[in-house]
Design a protein around this ligand. Sequence first.
Ligand code: AMP
Ligand code: ZN
Length: 111
Amino acid sequence: MENCIFCKIIAGEIPSPRLYEDDQMIIIRDIEPKAKLHYLCLPKKHFAYLSDMDEERAEILKHCFQVIPTLQEQLGLQDGYRVVINQGANAGQTVFHLHIHLLGGEVLGDF
Ligand code: AMP
Ligand code: ZN
Protein backbone atom coordinates (compact mmCIF):
# COMPACT_ATOMS: atom_id res chain seq x y z
CA MET A 1 0.00 0.00 0.00
CA GLU A 2 1.48 3.31 -1.11
CA ASN A 3 2.24 5.88 1.60
CA CYS A 4 1.79 3.38 4.39
CA ILE A 5 4.68 3.69 6.83
CA PHE A 6 4.31 0.10 8.06
CA CYS A 7 4.23 -1.28 4.50
CA LYS A 8 7.47 0.66 3.91
CA ILE A 9 9.03 -0.88 7.03
CA ILE A 10 7.88 -4.35 5.95
CA ALA A 11 9.33 -3.76 2.46
CA GLY A 12 12.62 -2.60 4.00
CA GLU A 13 12.27 0.90 2.54
CA ILE A 14 12.35 2.39 6.06
CA PRO A 15 14.92 0.73 8.30
CA SER A 16 13.58 -0.80 11.49
CA PRO A 17 15.30 -3.77 13.15
CA ARG A 18 13.11 -6.88 13.14
CA LEU A 19 13.04 -8.76 16.40
CA TYR A 20 11.06 -11.53 14.72
CA GLU A 21 9.96 -12.27 11.19
CA ASP A 22 8.09 -15.00 9.42
CA ASP A 23 6.07 -15.20 6.22
CA GLN A 24 3.06 -13.40 7.75
CA MET A 25 4.31 -10.89 10.33
CA ILE A 26 7.20 -8.96 11.79
CA ILE A 27 7.82 -7.58 15.27
CA ILE A 28 9.60 -4.23 15.69
CA ARG A 29 10.09 -1.77 18.53
CA ASP A 30 7.67 1.14 18.74
CA ILE A 31 9.53 4.34 17.91
CA GLU A 32 7.79 6.22 20.78
CA PRO A 33 7.54 3.63 23.54
CA LYS A 34 4.59 4.01 25.94
CA ALA A 35 6.09 1.45 28.35
CA LYS A 36 9.57 0.24 29.21
CA LEU A 37 9.15 -2.38 26.49
CA HIS A 38 6.84 -1.55 23.61
CA TYR A 39 6.71 -3.71 20.49
CA LEU A 40 4.51 -3.71 17.43
CA CYS A 41 3.43 -6.85 15.64
CA LEU A 42 2.81 -5.94 12.00
CA PRO A 43 0.97 -8.35 9.70
CA LYS A 44 2.75 -8.21 6.33
CA LYS A 45 -0.51 -7.98 4.44
CA HIS A 46 -1.92 -4.46 4.53
CA PHE A 47 -5.33 -3.82 5.98
CA ALA A 48 -6.28 -0.72 7.89
CA TYR A 49 -8.73 -1.63 10.61
CA LEU A 50 -9.70 -4.50 12.86
CA SER A 51 -13.19 -3.85 11.50
CA ASP A 52 -11.94 -4.81 8.00
CA MET A 53 -11.98 -8.43 9.20
CA ASP A 54 -12.56 -11.29 6.80
CA GLU A 55 -11.60 -14.97 6.75
CA GLU A 56 -8.10 -14.40 5.39
CA ARG A 57 -7.35 -11.58 7.83
CA ALA A 58 -8.73 -13.61 10.71
CA GLU A 59 -6.26 -16.38 9.80
CA ILE A 60 -3.42 -13.84 9.81
CA LEU A 61 -4.41 -12.54 13.25
CA LYS A 62 -4.80 -16.09 14.50
CA HIS A 63 -1.23 -16.72 13.41
CA CYS A 64 -0.01 -13.54 15.16
CA PHE A 65 -1.73 -14.51 18.40
CA GLN A 66 -0.29 -18.03 18.19
CA VAL A 67 3.26 -16.74 17.69
CA ILE A 68 3.31 -13.85 20.18
CA PRO A 69 3.20 -16.05 23.33
CA THR A 70 6.09 -18.15 21.99
CA LEU A 71 8.25 -15.01 21.88
CA GLN A 72 7.39 -13.52 25.27
CA GLU A 73 10.59 -14.65 26.99
CA GLN A 74 12.94 -13.52 24.25
CA LEU A 75 11.17 -10.16 24.18
CA GLY A 76 11.52 -9.75 27.97
CA LEU A 77 7.77 -9.97 28.50
CA GLN A 78 7.70 -13.11 30.66
CA ASP A 79 6.32 -11.24 33.70
CA GLY A 80 3.27 -10.07 31.81
CA TYR A 81 2.30 -7.68 29.10
CA ARG A 82 -0.64 -5.85 27.61
CA VAL A 83 -1.90 -6.56 24.09
CA VAL A 84 -3.63 -3.62 22.41
CA ILE A 85 -5.20 -2.96 19.03
CA ASN A 86 -6.39 0.59 18.52
CA GLN A 87 -9.44 0.66 16.26
CA GLY A 88 -10.34 4.01 14.76
CA ALA A 89 -10.49 7.61 15.88
CA ASN A 90 -11.77 7.27 19.45
CA ALA A 91 -8.97 4.81 20.23
CA GLY A 92 -6.36 7.17 18.79
CA GLN A 93 -5.35 4.97 15.86
CA THR A 94 -2.71 6.94 13.94
CA VAL A 95 -1.28 4.35 11.55
CA PHE A 96 -3.86 2.76 9.30
CA HIS A 97 -2.13 -0.59 8.84
CA LEU A 98 -3.44 -2.96 11.45
CA HIS A 99 -0.91 -3.62 14.21
CA ILE A 100 -0.82 -5.23 17.63
CA HIS A 101 0.87 -3.33 20.46
CA LEU A 102 2.76 -5.39 23.08
CA LEU A 103 3.50 -3.36 26.21
CA GLY A 104 5.46 -4.58 29.22
CA GLY A 105 8.79 -4.68 30.99
CA GLU A 106 7.26 -2.98 34.03
CA VAL A 107 4.08 -2.92 36.08
CA LEU A 108 1.59 -1.16 33.82
CA GLY A 109 -0.86 1.39 35.13
CA ASP A 110 -4.61 1.03 34.87
CA PHE A 111 -6.24 2.49 31.83
P1 AMP B 1 -1.71 3.48 16.82
O1 AMP B 1 -2.05 4.65 17.66
O2 AMP B 1 -2.29 2.21 17.36
O3 AMP B 1 -2.04 3.69 15.35
O4 AMP B 1 -0.14 3.30 16.96
C1 AMP B 1 0.80 3.61 15.99
C2 AMP B 1 2.14 3.40 16.64
O5 AMP B 1 3.13 3.36 15.65
C3 AMP B 1 2.52 4.51 17.63
O6 AMP B 1 2.73 3.94 18.92
C4 AMP B 1 3.82 5.07 17.04
O7 AMP B 1 4.75 5.43 18.02
C5 AMP B 1 4.30 3.91 16.17
N1 AMP B 1 5.14 4.28 15.06
C6 AMP B 1 4.93 5.24 14.14
N2 AMP B 1 5.93 5.27 13.24
C7 AMP B 1 6.79 4.28 13.59
C8 AMP B 1 8.01 3.80 13.06
N3 AMP B 1 8.58 4.35 11.96
N4 AMP B 1 8.63 2.78 13.68
C9 AMP B 1 8.10 2.22 14.79
N5 AMP B 1 6.93 2.62 15.33
C10 AMP B 1 6.29 3.64 14.75
ZN1 ZN C 1 0.40 -0.90 5.14
